[in-house]
Design a protein around this ligand. Structure first.
Ligand code: C2E
Ligand code: MG
Ligand code: MG
Ligand code: MG
Length: 287
């Protein structure tokens, strides 16, 4: 007989599900051509060197405010934009902004910027070329840009991903594997894909305080990353304790609300000539 719940539900519509579908459709329509309107903004979250305590750079994070829907969270609109393909134009817009900002900042400081890239962008055969053209147009050295790709791309092991990643690295762009530890990656992938950085997922960092096994796993991950020549970034650091544990385990870079929130460009500029002690922006500034 059929499994319970597998039978098609006819007639009586689940109102919650219908509301979700309506919302999704609304977002889909609203996202159409969004990069050509004035609704997108990039905010930047500081990345802090866990050894020296200095500011390493920033992760560019997209923000969307629709005139009627208001601010929509990336966790809600990114998946929709990925499904419709709208993310391609949005992603290109973010890259342009990031390259322009990076060019301005690098006149005064050796900062780097990380930009998130959706799998559908990476699959495009001309993606690496586009990235190279944008960097050249803004006079940004490729080594100052890191592209973050989600662990999900390792799931379906398409040659298009590897080709793009290889071409990007040949350009000199760094590749980070985002959300590492969320459950998709087999360890063998880490050596098969051309990577420079592992970003240890926030869900994983959250377990560090209460769970001794999480700490053991962290040691294993940083050890393995070091053996493979990968740098590590711990994301979602919300407490001093998590920060200390990541630093102790040899994690290279930290990111999280405990260190700094994502900031609009005008609030971030004053940070550029400041060197932070490990412990974050509130710690005593040297000198
Ligand atoms: P992500 O790339 O893993 O980015 C880190 C997310 O964690 C950001 O959420 C950031 O604001 C949040 N975060 C940072 N520190 C903390 C912390 O201490 N605690 C907690 N709870 N969260 C923290 P955000 O900005 O909402 O972005 C969510 C996701 O949306 C990103 O996850 C990324 O996958 C995606 N995304 C954001 N901007 C872009 C973009 O321009 N392109 C693409 N393709 N995806 C993007
Ligand atoms: Mg990211
Ligand atoms: Mg991440
Ligand atoms: Mg994440």
């Amino acid at each position: 007989h059929r499994k319970r719940g597998a039978a098609p539900r006819s007639g009586r519509a689940d109102p919650e599900r219908r509301a979700r579908a309506t919302r999704r459709l609304r977002l889909q329509q609203a996202l159409h051509g969004v990069a050509e309107r004035d609704e997108l903004v990039v905010v930047y979250q500081p990345l802090v060197d866990l050894r020296g305590g200095g500011l390493k750079g920033f992760e560019a994070l997209l923000r969307w405010t629709h005139p009627e829907l208001g601010a929509v969270r990336p966790d809600e609109f990114i998946p929709v934009a990925e499904r419709t393909g709208a993310i391609v134009a949005m992603g290109e817009w973010v890259l342009e902004r990031a390259a322009e900002d990076l060019a301005a900042w690098r006149k005064g400081a050796e900062v780097t910027v990380s930009v998130n890239v959706a799998p559908i962008q990476l699959r495009n055969a001309t993606f690496a070329e586009r990235v190279g053209a944008i960097l050249t147009a803004h006079g940004v050295p490729p080594g100052a840009l890191t592209l973050e790709i989600t662990e999900r791309v390792l799931l379906d092991d398409r040659p298009a991903y590897t080709r793009s990643m290889t071409a990007l690295r040949e350009l000199g762009v760094q590749i980070a594997l985002d959300d590492f530890g969320t459950g998709y990656s087999a360890l063998s992938y880490l050596s098969r894909f051309p990577l420079d950085v592992l970003k240890i997922d926030r869900g994983f960092v959250a377990g560090l305080e209460s769970d001794a096994r999480a700490r053991a796993l962290l040691e294993a991950i940083t050890g393995m990353a070091a053996a493979l020549g990968l740098r590590t970034v711990g994301e979602g650091i919300e407490t001093a304790c998590q920060l200390a544990q990541l630093a102790e385990s040899g994690c290279d870079v930290g990111q999280g609300y405990h260190l700094a929130r994502p900031l609009p460009v005008d609030e971030l500029v004053p940070l550029l000539d400041r060197v932070w002690e490990t412990g974050g922006p509130d710690a005593e500034a040297p000198g």
